[in-house]
Every structure is written in structure tokens, then in C-alpha cells.
Design a binder for this molecule. Sequence first.
Ligand code: SME
Length: 150
Amino acid sequence: MNVDYEKAEREIQKILESYDPDAVLEKIVKYLYNNFKKYSWIGIYLLHGNKLVLSHWKGKNATEHNIIPIGKGICGAAAQTGKTIVVPDVSKDKRYLSCFLSTKSEIVVPIKKNNKIIGEIDIDSDLLKAFDKKDLIFLEKTAKMLSNIL
Ligand code: SME
């Protein structure tokens, strides 16, 4: 059987282009919110120039921090260093930009493509010390999977 490799390549490209990242991000924030009680607010920020722009979120309330410059807040610090930041008690971290009075701890996980930051997952919890090693590993894996479709 003769296979038309060029045609196959074009078809595969078409399939990949039809992938809707918006729909995927929407589903991911919903999934995390609905399945992890301690995750009180989940946001996915995408990097535009030197600013993080909130793309999708799920939680009780909207944040006023829709745009965060690199270097500002926990989010901006994670984007600057490229490393996950876990803040067990936000009241003790001077970098913290407050969004919700109920937030007690936070984790920010960078999303990277070819070693460059393209965005991040930001999760607030109403519980102190909500994020442990398991959350960190799981969310870093999630960030890696997301980077494949972004
Ligand atoms: N607390 C973050 C700001 C974003 S809100 O949590 C939604 C920070 O310190 O960067």
C-alpha cells in the first residue's frame, strides 16, 4: 500500500492546528477546582512580553490582578526565576500580592516551552500550608502537559 507521507503530514498539522488551547485551559482550571477541595482559586496566566496576563481562572471571586509584571508578587517572582514557588503562609511573604482575604497559602508553577517561560499556574488556598510535595510534582507535570498544547 502506498502511503502519501506529505498528505499525512498536512493532515496531522491540520489536526494539531484545530486544537483549541482556550477550551483546554478552561477545562483544566475547572477540573482542578472541582476535584481538589483545598485549591480555592486556580488561575492560568500567559506571558505576553514582560507581563503575565490572566487567561483562565476558576474560583469564587475574580481577581483584580489580571496583569502582573514580571518581578511583581509571587507570580512575577516565579516567572523571573523559572522555578515553582510554594508559600505556606502568605502573611509572612513580603512579595505576596493580595487578591482574596481568605487566601492563606499559594503555589505558582511556571509553564515552560523550550526552557522559556510561557505562562504559569497560580493556585490560592484558604488553608495554611495547603501545598506539599505531591501537589508540586503533580502541578509541574500538569504544566508540562499544558506546554505541549500551547
Ligand atoms: N497572589 C499573587 C497574585 C495573583 S492572585 O493570587 C490571583 C501574587 O502574589 O503574585
